[in-house]
Design a protein around this ligand. Structure first.
Ligand code: AMP
Ligand code: MG
Length: 344
């Protein structure tokens, strides 16, 4: 199949909508990462998304909506808290989990009785969903396991020949996937996946628990609230290590421990030996979220064998960066202050 790459514009809305209406797939831009879109109500279309990604069948898809009416077509019930959060954070990077109505296919939801729903904040994609008239199931548009795509070029690298259309909406604003929450009673939420809607922001509206799976390894056989948390994720081919320590000790580590084809993602204040290849990262969680996936992909493209990445903050948006980095690194962490290997 030939994969066409077109710029996001009103002139391509019809073409993209027709592909989705006929049960096909198109890659779409969002403010988080690129998505692989299909009609969420069409079981065959949803199956072809799982195939294109190589995604495990039990890892459910997020349903992207263009209006609050679509939420009521999916969710069996919507609590006053959910409605308040929708009013405050949609369109935006917050995914909420609801009991699903019977007509929402089990295949879309990984066989669960719930559906994950969000309204993305991208003008083209909102128009596209409205034109389709159905919610669009859209996982990240990468091959399952690889770093998520934050540009159309990343999507092309993974999906060329597998899907008919990629809509190029430029670089994603946030660069990490949405925050996923479920509800615990009337006034509490649990964060299953951290994102740009932070625990601190949600605390304005509800009691907030952060699920232990966000920062801890999950046993592959374990029953979890969000199946996506089980899988090794976001990983380039290179081996990724997290460097935990201050600037001085990280600089000393790089001087002593670098090897052939070492890549480094740092805050910008380190001493870096000439033979270490530096990729964009940054000193704020916002910059790190924007750069992490693109730099992991770039390190692979440059043939790097090892990527060292400095440990981000663990509050605010930093929690989302750290959650993705832990999985990219398969939890391998080196304590440069301590001088010895220490796994969290
Ligand atoms: P992605 O499609 O790559 O953005 O990943 C979507 C994430 O949302 C995965 O971690 C899924 O497991 C999670 N998810 C989607 N639907 C549900 C649901 N009904 N219940 C719990 N987690 C969900
Ligand atoms: Mg994904």
């Amino acid at each position: 199949m030939e994969t066409k790459l077109v710029k996001a514009a009103d002139s391509v809305l019809d073409e993209a909508a027709n592909i989705l209406k006929r049960g096909g797939i198109a890659a779409i831009p969002t403010e988080t990462v690129y998505g692989l879109a299909a009609n969420a109500y069409d079981v065959e279309a949803v199956r072809s998304v799982f195939r294109a990604k190589g995604r495990p069948q039990d890892n459910p898809l997020i349903l992207h909506i263009g209006s609050t009416e679509m939420l009521y077509d999916i969710a069996e019930s919507v609590s006053p808290l959910a409605l308040r959060l929708a009013e405050s954070f949609w369109p935006g990077p917050l995914t909420m989990i609801f009991p699903r109505k019977p007509h929402v296919p089990a295949e879309t939801c990984g066989g669960l009785g719930t559906a994950a729903v969000r309204m993305p904040n991208n003008a083209f994609t909102l128009k596209l969903i409205e034109r389709c008239g159905f919610p669009v199931a859209a996982p990240s548009a990468n091959t399952s396991g690889l770093p998520s795509p934050t540009s159309a070029a990343h999507v092309m690298a993974d999906m060329n020949g597998k899907i008919p259309l990629i809509i190029d909406g430029g670089e994603c604003r946030f660069g990490v996937e949405s925050t996923v929450i479920c509800f615990e009673g009337d006034d509490a939420v649990r964060i299953l996946r951290p994102g740009a809607v932070t625990p601190e922001m949600l605390r304005e509206y509800a009691h907030v628990a952060v699920d232990s799976g966000v920062l801890e390894k999950i046993d592959p056989g374990a029953r979890v609230l969000s199946p996506g948390m089980k899988y090794k994720h976001y990983s380039p081919n290179a081996e990724v290590y997290i460097l935990k320590g201050d600037t001085g000790s990280v600089s000393r580590f790089l001087k002593n421990e670098r090897m052939n084809k070492t890549a480094f993602l740092g805050f910008g204040d380190e001493d870096i030996p000439d033979d270490v290849t530096v990729f964009p990262y940054g000193s704020t969680a916002g910059e790190q979220a924007e750069n992490l996936f693109a730099s992991l992909r770039a390190a692979d493209a440059a043939g790097c064998a090892v990527v060292y990445v400095r440990m981000p903050e663990t509050s605010g948006l930093g929690l989302a960066v750290y959650n993705r980095l832990l999985r990219a690194a398969a939890f391998r962490t080196i304590d440069t202050d301590g001088g010895s290997d220490a796994v969290l």
